[in-house]
Design a protein around this ligand. Structure first.
Ligand SMILES: *Cc1c(COP(=O)(O)O)cnc(C)c1O
Ligand code: SF4
Length: 313
C-alpha cells in the first residue's frame, strides 16, 4: 500500500475531524485500498508519453513531469502507482536534450504544463534551470504549474520562488498556477497568505478539484468551495470525475451523481463560479465534458436540473 505522507500540521488537522471527514479520507490510508478493481494507469498517460517526463496528448500543450515527488500522498491519486517518495527515486531527471529537441520540432506546442509529482518539489535552482531552457523555445507562450504545495507546505513559496514566478510571468505571455483543492476545510490563514503572495506575482490563479465520494460529493461542500475560491480570486477551472485508479474504488461515484450535483450547482452559483465538469476517458482518449459526453450528435432533447427531458429543435 502507498505509505502515508502528510505534513505534520495536516496530521493535526485530520485528528481534529470526527472520524473519516473530508480531510482524513483524502490522506489517511484505508484498508479498502487493497481492492484490486481499477487501472494502474487510468487515463492512459503511457500511450501519449513521447519521452520520459513528457506527455503530448493535445496538439497545443504538453505535460512536463520533472519529478515524481509530492508533499503528500493523496489516496485517490490517478498517478498513485507512479509517485515516488523514496529517497533513491527522487533523483529522477528527464533527458532535457531530447525534450528540448522535441519541443523545438513541434511548433504547434505553445503551452508547457509542469506536473509530476508536484513541480514545486524541485529546488528553486532546478526550476530556474528548466525555465531558462524553455525560454529558448520561441513558440512557447504559456507556462502552467499544477500544484498542491500552497495548501500542503505554504512555506515553500519564499521570496526567491515568488521572484522566479514574477519573472517567468513577465517573460512568457502568462503563467497559470492551478491549485489542487477538494474541500474548503483544506483552506486556512496560512494558505490564504500564501495564495495572496502568489497572486502578487501576477500569475493567473485557477483551481482544480476531484469529485470524491465521501469527501465533496454534496452540493453544499462544492458550493462553499467554489464560492470561497472565487472570493479569493481563484477561478474554479476543473471538477474532475474521479479516475478509475486501482486502490481508489472507495472514492468512485457515478456520472449520474456528478451530473445531478452540477445541475444543483446552477441554482446556487453564477456560471462564472462553476468549473467545467470533465472526465478523462480511460485508455488515453483524453478529457471530455462529463456533463454531456455521450455524443457530439444532438439527441433532440435537453435535460433540465430535475432530470426531466424537453424536446428541442
Ligand atoms: C489534462 C491534461 C492537460 C491539460 O489540459 P487542459 O484541458 O488544458 O487543462 C494536458 N496534457 C495532458 C496529457 C493532460 O492529461
Ligand atoms: S498532489 Fe496530485 S500528484 Fe501528488 S499525490 Fe496528490 S493527487 Fe497525486
Amino acid at each position: 500500500m502507498t505509505p502515508l505522507i502528510l505534513p505534520n500540521k495536516w496530521i493535526e488537522k485530520c485528528q481534529g475531524e470526527n472520524g473519516m471527514g473530508p480531510l482524513s479520507k483524502q490522506f489517511l490510508p484505508d484498508d479498502q485500498e487493497s481492492n484490486a478493481e481499477g487501472y494502474y494507469d487510468p487515463i492512459g498517460d503511457h500511450n501519449h508519453q513521447v519521452l520520459d517526463g513528457l506527455i503530448h496528448r493535445y496538439q497545443n500543450r504538453v505535460l512536463f513531469m520533472p519529478t515524481k515527488v509530492c508533499p503528500v500522498a493523496c489516496r485517490y491519486c490517478f498517478r498513485k502507482h507512479e509517485i515516488e517518495n523514496e529517497k533513491d527515486q527522487q533523483l529522477f531527471s528527464p533527458d532535457m536534450h531530447s525534450i528540448l529537441h522535441y519541443l523545438k520540432k513541434h511548433d504547434e506546442i505553445n503551452e508547457l504544463i509542469f506536473s509530476g509529482g508536484d513541480p514545486f518539489s524541485l529546488s528553486d535552482e532546478k526550476l530556474q534551470d528548466y525555465l531558462k531552457q524553455f525560454k529558448t523555445i520561441p513558440h512557447l507562450k504559456w507556462i502552467r504549474f499544477h500544484t498542491r504545495y500552497p495548501s500542503m507546505i505554504p512555506n515553500r513559496f519564499r521570496e526567491r520562488l515568488l521572484n522566479i514566478l514574477t519573472e517567468t510571468n513577465n517573460y512568457f505571455s502568462g503563467v497559470s498556477i492551478v491549485l489542487h483543492i477538494n474541500h474548503w476545510d483544506e483552506w486556512d490563514q496560512e494558505v490564504q497568505d500564501c495564495m495572496d503572495k502568489i497572486s502578487q506575482t501576477g500569475c493567473n490563479l485557477l483551481s482544480q478539484t476531484v469529485l470524491l465520494k465521501g469527501v465533496n460529493d454534496d452540493v453544499d461542500s462544492l458550493t462553499t468551495l467554489f464560492s470561497n475560491l472565487a472570493f479569493h480570486i481563484i477561478r474554479p477551472y476543473y471538477l474532475h470525475h474521479p479516475d478509475l485508479i486501482r486502490g481508489g474504488k472507495h472514492f468512485y461515484l457515478s456520472l449520474d451523481t456528478g451530473r445531478k450535483l452540477m445541475h444543483q450547482l446552477r441554482d446556487k452559483l453564477p456560471g462564472w463560479m462553476i468549473p467545467q465538469y470533465i472526465i478523462d476517458i480511460p485508455g488515453g482518449h483524453g478529457k471530455v465534458p462529463a456533463t454531456n459526453s455521450d455524443s457530439q450528435l444532438f439527441q433532440g432533447y435537453l435535460i433540465d436540473r430535475t432530470g426531466k427531458t424537453h424536446p428541442y429543435p
